[in-house]
Design a protein around this ligand. Structure first.
Ligand code: BJW
Length: 263
């Protein structure tokens, strides 16, 4: 199904000199990576965020939390970038002053060819030690990831850090934790300076990431949202394109730059 773009949207992107692509879980949904808040398919429909995505939860039940993240990591490893990720990399290739800011903890932007996406909420692939200085941890990947699905009662003990013996934790940002300072600063600066911000597949409810498109709008940028559903960002967006990232973003890129869609 071909999306129809409202008149004037493609030239906004085609003429832009500085672009920010802010991605949320919806960007990876068409790669088979579940979102968080979608009513039936989101992770929070099946799992309790307070039981899994806080530091308190990890310390209360490390095996449950580590197992859940290992299960998710294995799913991401099996996933492939979709045309939305590829279209993002195309924008970067055509507009060198493009900054990709992702709330996602997967590595699908990188695998699609994005140079150095900013990960506001960390990465499934950068576990770290729980010790104060939070040094990177060295540990072995688990093989039996399906057994770790908490939905089927799976659990997995986190390894210990080879350097100090403390527990290894997922390298993601949980609720109540501060975002990596350099990443947040770079994202805010890029949003304040861009001509166009594309908000793709995010509900826009988790702060401070949800402030990024709002900063761009306040600074005079055109904010183009791509999402099949209405979101809390609708009112600040210049244009709301209703559809999936995998369909609408390639269509927009094709129209903006007069190039053929990538497979
Ligand atoms: C498609 C699609 C398709 C579907 N194509 N689209 C100000 C006000 C209120 C609260 C706060 C505030 N400031 C801070 C807070 C507290 C909190 C917060 O924001 N809470 C809100 C929920 C109320 N924030 C924090 O705690 C943050 N830390 C912080 O602020 O530190 C300072 C501080 C500490 C203490 C007190 C005060 C300040 C940290 C936030 C960390 C978020 N972590 C998570 C988990 C990461 C690890 C993991 O993966 O497990 O990050 S939560 C989860 O939500 C994940 C995501 O990155 C994040 C955002 O979700 P996202 O990407 O938007 O996904 P969804 O599911 O919500 O939406 C998907 C969208 O896609 C939907 O719109 C669909 O329609 C769409 N879609 N298919 C395109 N095919």
């Amino acid at each position: 199904m071909e999306s129809v773009l409202p008149p004037g949207v493609a030239p906004l992107l085609g003429r832009a000199g500085r672009v920010v692509v802010l991605s949320g879980a919806g960007m990876s949904a068409d790669s088979g990576v579940p979102t968080f808040r979608d009513e039936l398919t989101g992770l929070w429909a099946r799992f309790d965020a307070h039981q899994l995505a806080t530091a308190e939860a990890f310390h209360a039940d490390p095996d449950l939390v580590w197992g859940w993240y290992e299960w998710r990591r294995a799913r991401v490893r099996r996933a492939r970038p979709n045309p939305g990720h590829l279209a993002t990399a195309t924008i970067e290739a055509l507009i060198p002053d493009t900054v990709v800011v992702s709330q996602n903890v997967d590595d699908l932007h990188e695998r699609a060819g994005s140079r150095a996406p900013i990960h506001l909420h960390g990465s499934l692939f950068a576990p770290r030690c729980v010790a104060e200085d939070a040094h990177p941890a060295v540990f072995s990947d688990s093989e039996d990831d399906e057994a770790a699905d908490p939905g089927t009662g799976g659990r997995l003990s986190p390894p210990s850090c080879v350097r100090c013996g403390a527990l290894v934790r997922p390298g993601v940002v949980w609720f109540g934790e501060v975002l990596p300072e350099a990443a947040l600063t770079a994202a805010v600066e890029a949003a304040a300076a861009c001509d166009v911000l594309l908000a793709v597949g995010t509900s826009g409810v988790v702060y401070p990431a949800a402030e990024i498109p709002r900063i761009a709008a306040r600074s005079g940028a055109a904010v183009i949202q791509i999402n099949p559903q209405p979101t809390s960002l609708d009112q600040i967006c210049t244009v709301n394109l209703r559809g999936s990232a995998a369909q609408v973003l390639p269509t927009l890129v094709e129209a903006a730059f007069g190039i053929a869609r990538q497979a």
